[in-house]
Design a binder for this molecule. Sequence first.
Ligand SMILES: [Cu+2]
Length: 138
Amino acid sequence: MQPFLCAALLSSAAALVAAFPVAARGLDEAAICARAEQRYVELYGHASADAEGAKVVLMYKYRFCPAEITVPVGTTVRWVNVDKRTSHSVIIPGKPESDRAFPEEIIEFTFLTAGDQDYLCGPHWETEKMIGMVRVEP
Ligand SMILES: [Cu+2]
């Protein structure tokens, strides 16, 4: 590829990222969540999807992975902190903030009401937009 063409492609890619920051965040998130899953497997010896008794959401690098899940009513969600240093929490609006989960600790909550439930990480929702959603189906 000609160098000038390569530079043109790069600058158009940069323009695309600037125009669609959400898409850029999406790519970023996929890479971060893949790494989070690797961390989970290192720690627990199985895929997060194979956890027993709960639906696992990982907390890693100021993200919930996946940021959005759909579960049947009555499901327990288990947030697992796979970070090495950072602690996180879960705030479900209208309920008290969870205890902080330090690395390799968990937070659990059982969703008994159908509907879309946004939730936040107490220390990081404002600065890092660490926000998630559980869609609870009847
Ligand atoms: Cu957090």
